[in-house]
Design a protein around this ligand. Structure first.
Ligand SMILES: N[C@@H](CCC[C@H](N)C(=O)O)C(=O)O
Length: 354
């Protein structure tokens, strides 16, 4: 991006890749690597910014660095992507919800499904996680985000090998554990099944739970099972009028918002459309509250396995295929907790003036 082009945008992002940090820097912009995790530097293999070393360019970059520059690292978990912000020095997020929405814009911003802040722990937890969705709304929890959070912590705290932390979230205490292969296994806590606590206005059908309740959307009577993993989910395996739900055939951007804003969900909802491949293998697509169609949703995959067990469709341990890849989910009988295992990777880092 030329300096002239950059100044015409609402904010400017400078993302720098260092494929080989020891390579000569001729013709390439070198930005300070302050606060940049080592693995993030190594992980990045593209998007290097080349520019002539003119005085104008240098002063443009210096000006940007000296203003209110926000350093970030972009992470992804199965294609569900987040702008991670080191906010350990303050309990106030470094960007506002409105700025977060701009940063998440895929054309005019960095592009992401959300912005996640690593904050000081409260209530005895090691850290606090807060997140803004790409529309600026603040959800209680994010499953893929918490795996990215754990990998980001390991980088900024320079932790090696297997590690576990406690994270305070809007869904209570969440415990991720980085495994020796780099995957992150997360104790996601207990699912919430009582309708008013999810929240949904759908009436309970099985004890206090809302299981296969009828929900009218777009002329079809969908069977909805509602689960909260701290955040609300409506899981459906199909509708009365459909023989089989083929998730690949769904027009997600048309039907997703109708579920999200349905009057039965006073706090809006995330919605998962699911196909059962076997009793231990499920396939889903998701429409996320505040973010739309995403490539993966960790809390959604957990809710899907809970719903599948409640409906008698699957075992407690399943592989859930999402558009961005598979997650391993287990709803344990002994402690009633849901465990999620999957990847999280740094993609690139940079600075931005929100
Ligand atoms: N993608 C996330 C969920 C993020 C929050 C969600 N959009 C909501 O508003 O509840 C995940 O991986 O769980």
């Amino acid at each position: 991006m030329s300096p002239a082009a950059a100044t015409t945008t609402a904010f400017a992002a400078v993302s720098v890749a260092i494929p080989n940090p020891t390579a000569p820097s001729r013709g390439r912009v070198r930005l300070p690597l302050r606060g940049v995790p080592a693995a993030a530097r190594r992980a990045v293999a593209s998007m290097a910014v080349s520019a002539p070393r003119s005085g104008a360019a240098a002063s443009f970059l210096e000006r940007r660095e000296s203003e209110r520059a926000l350093h970030f690292v972009k992470y992804q978990g199965l294609g569900n992507d987040f702008i991670m912000v080191d906010n350990r020095d303050s309990s106030v997020p470094k960007v506002t919800p409105e700025e977060a929405a701009k940063l998440c814009d895929r054309n005019f911003g960095i592009g992401a499904d959300g912005v996640i802040f690593v904050m000081p722990g409260v209530n005895g937890a090691d850290y606090t996680m807060r997140i803004f969705n790409s529309d600026g709304s603040e959800p209680e929890m994010c499953g893929n985000g918490v795996r990215c959070f754990a990998r980001f912590i390991a980088e900024i705290e320079n932790l090696q090998g297997t590690n576990s932390f406690t994270i305070h979230t809007g869904a209570g205490k969440i415990i991720p554990e980085i495994q020796s292969d780099g995957q992150v296994k997360v104790d996601m806590g207990e699912p919430i099944l009582s309708g008013p606590d999810i929240p949904t206005k759908l009436l309970p059908t099985k004890n206090k739970a809302v299981v296969q309740a009828e929900l009218a959307v777009e002329g079809l009577t969908w069977h909805a099972t509602c689960v909260s993993m701290g955040n609300p989910h409506c899981v459906t395996f199909g509708a009365k009028e459909l023989k089989v739900l083929q998730v690949d055939d769904l027009k997600l951007s048309e039907i997703g918002p109708k579920f999200e804003h349905h009057e039965m969900f006073p706090a809006r909802t995330n919605t998962e459309f699911v196909q059962v491949l076997s009793r231990s293998h499920l396939k889903m697509r998701v429409w996320e509250r505040g973010a739309g169609a995403t490539l993966a949703c960790g809390t959604g995959a957990c809710a899907v396995v809970v719903a599948a067990v409640l409906e008698g469709r699957a075992e407690r341990k399943c592989v859930v295929d999402l558009p961005g890849g598979p997650l391993e989910i287990e709803w344990r009988e002994d402690d009633n907790h849901v465990y999620m295992t999957g990847p999280a990777e740094a993609v690139f880092y940079g600075s931005v003036v929100p």
